[in-house]
Structures are given as structure tokens and as C-alpha cells.
Design a protein around this ligand. Structure first.
Ligand SMILES: Cc1cc2nc3c(=O)[nH]c(=O)nc-3n(C[C@H](O)[C@H](O)[C@H](O)COP(=O)(O)OP(=O)(O)OC[C@H]3O[C@@H](n4cnc5c(N)ncnc54)[C@H](O)[C@@H]3O)c2cc1C
Length: 299
């Protein structure tokens, strides 16, 4: 199938991009890595006839530290995030998820801002962003605002972004040293597969007692969700098989999955239980991944 014809604007600064966006608003579509947009173009479903290319704007591509947070420019590519000593040291759960996105080719082009812009409940960077208490910066000509990640998404492919705003930055929390974490994804194959179910967690333990659990689930509801009841149940309890079973059951009960070509709703609920049980069991047995606060590049 032939690609649709579109006009591409490639501003060299953020100010220029915001100016263009303020003039054209819903007539122009931002494009960063283009890994989702190219599929839309191929399928003939892109309604805009103009693209705002963000690839040549250095102000949108960076990773830096700010006290207890790490700030990531929206057009930062997955490859750069995987290689970042800061994120490897302080927020390695994000690396764990990005490692499982697409393929090396997709990671060389795709950006974290693009994953948020697409707003799929199966977007793999999103579950870790939920439990890293992330904030999304939206900027338009003359002003900006920050939105908590769980307030950013309104439903599948719907966000609070206005047509004259760009996502410019994602701010993530640094994880506590010594805390355990996992990102588990179930797909139909090991690369280039959309998640059927995904789960991300950060678990802080003291003498095998849970100080806190943060648990988020992808692809099992209209947006990524936090398994709040499971998190509350876990607090101050001893981590044992009985608790793990109850956490996994509560998490599965909190889902509202759909049936589609990748799996039935019933399968998604069972799979949610299974991946959480297994990941927590590994941590209990001493095989979990732990935040070390080193600066070793693990990508
Ligand atoms: C073969 C293949 C495999 C894939 N595998 C996975 C996977 O395993 N997991 C996964 O989560 N995704 C996967 N994807 C989807 C895609 O790669 C990701 O969603 C990626 O993060 C998109 O980033 P991008 O920069 O390419 O976005 P683009 O395609 O450039 O844009 C995506 C959307 O975000 C908007 N947008 C981009 N940047 C901004 C910005 N700064 N401000 C406002 N809006 C913006 C665009 O307008 C568009 O709506 C896959 C895609 C392909 C083609």
C-alpha cells in the first residue's frame, strides 16, 4: 500500500516548534521517532496532512538529575535511556521495561514521549512511570504545566494534551536504595510484540517485612492502572507465599481487561495473577533485582 503524502516541518528549536503548533494546532501532528506514526501513514489512518518533526530539537533530548528526580526530555530515544548511567543507577525499573520494547531497531528510533503520545494501555514504558510517580510536562507558546502520570491518560489513545501543547519532559523519581523491582511482560513472541499483560513493581523490604509495594498493570484496562488494594494489603506484612498469593489475586481482581486477537479477558486475568506471583516469589527466594545506586552501565 502506498504511503499518504504529508508535508513535514522540521524546526531547529523548541520555540520555533511551539510557534508552529500554536498556528496550526490540530492540523499538524507531532512526530518524534515516527515508529507509531509510520504505521498510521501506511494504514492510511493519519488524518493530519502535516507533520511537526521533533527530531532536530536538541532541547527535547536530554537526561539530567534534579535532587530526588531524574528529568528526561520527551524526544529522548530508548537507546539513550538504556545507556544512561543516571537511569541505570537510580531508576533501573525503567531500563528493565525499555529493554523489552520492540527490537533494537525500534529502540534506536522510538522515544519515551512518543510512547506517552500514543497512549496505548499496552505502552511498555508506562507501568514503570506510574510507580516512579512520574510527572509529564506539557508546554505551549508562553506557558507550561505539569501533570501527574495517572492524570495524563483519559483512555486508550486519549490524553489531556491540548492540540497546541507538546510533551517536553518526563520527570521520574529516584528509587530507594536496596528496593527490589521487576517489569514483566507477556507477549506473543519475545520481540516486536505488543503486551498482552504487563506488570511493574517496586518492593521495599525490611527484615522480610513489606515497607511498601507499588504495583502497576498494563494492557488490562483502558489505561495503565495501579493495583491500589494489593499495595495496601501488602504494607507491614511478612513476605511469604500466602501474602504473595493474596497480592496476586487482588491485583488480578482489579483488572478490567478486554478480549482481543492477542488474548481473552479471562486469560489476561489469569496471566496477571501468574506473572505477579512468579516475580514476587523470586524476590522472596532471593533472586530479585535490587537498586544498588552504582554507576555501572548495564545496557
Ligand atoms: C515493530 C514495532 C514494535 C513495537 N513494539 C513496542 C513495544 O514492545 N512496546 C511498546 O510500548 N511500543 C511498541 N511499539 C510502538 C512504538 O515504538 C512506541 O510507542 C514508541 O515509544 C513511539 O515513539 P516514537 O517516538 O516513535 O513516536 P511517534 O511515532 O513519533 O509518535 C507517536 C505519537 O506520539 C505523539 N508524540 C510524539 N512525541 C510527542 C511530543 N513530544 N509531544 C506530543 N506528542 C508527541 C505523536 O503525535 C503520535 O501521536 C512498537 C512499534 C513498532 C512499529
Amino acid at each position: 500500500m502506498a504511503y499518504e503524502k504529508v508535508e513535514v516541518y522540521s524546526p531547529r528549536s523548541l520555540a520555533e516548534a511551539l510557534e508552529l503548533l500554536s498556528q496550526k494546532r490540530e492540523l499538524i501532528k507531532p512526530v518524534a521517532g515516527g515508529t507509531d506514526i509510520m504505521v498510521m501513514l501506511k494504514d492510511g489512518v493519519l488524518k493530519e496532512k502535516e507533520l511537526l518533526n521533533l527530531s532536530f530539537i536538541p532541547e527535547l533530548s536530554y537526561i539530567k538529575e534534579s535532587e530526588n528526580r531524574v528529568l528526561i526530555g520527551a524526544a529522548t530515544k530508548y537507546r539513550e535511556i538504556r545507556r544512561s548511567p543516571l537511569i541505570n543507577a537510580y531508576s533501573p525499573i525503567l531500563i528493565e521495561a525499555i529493554r523489552q520494547i520492540g527490537s533494537p531497531q525500534i529502540q534506536n528510533l522510538g522515544t519515551i514521549g512518543g510512547n506517552l503520545g500514543t497512549a496505548s494501555p499496552a505502552g511498555d514504558s508506562i507501568p514503570p512511570l506510574y510507580i516512579l510517580n512520574s510527572r509529564v510536562k506539557l508546554q505551549k507558546l508562553g506557558s507550561s504545566r505539569e501533570v501527574q502520570i495517572d492524570k495524563f491518560f483519559l483512555g486508550p489513545r486519549k490524553t489531556v494534551r491540548e492540540s497546541d501543547e507538546l510533551i517536553t519532559e518526563i520527570s521520574i523519581e529516584k528509587m530507594d536504595p536496596g528496593s527490589y523491582y521487576f517489569f514483566e511482560k507477556l507477549g506473543l513472541r519475545s520481540a516486536n510484540a505488543i503486551s498482552i499483560v504487563s506488570a511493574a513493581a517496586i518492593l521495599s523490604l525490611e527484615n522480610n517485612t513489606v515497607k511498601y509495594l507499588r504495583l502497576s498493570l498494563g494492557a488490562v484496562a483502558p489505561t495503565v492502572i495501579r493495583a491500589v488494594e494489593a499495595e495496601e494489603l501488602a504494607k507491614d506484612k511478612e513476605l511469604n507465599e500466602e501474602l504473595i498469593d493474596r497480592i496476586a489475586k487482588l491485583a488480578a481482581e482489579s483488572t478490567k481487561p478486554i478480549t482481543d486477537i492477542r488474548g481473552t479477558a479471562e486469560y489476561r486475568k489469569k496471566a496477571t495473577y501468574g506473572i505477579i506471583y512468579e516475580a514476587l516469589y523470586k524476590i522472596m527466594k532471593g533472586y530479585g533485582k535490587k537498586v544498588e545506586y552504582g554507576f555501572e552501565n548495564t545496557s
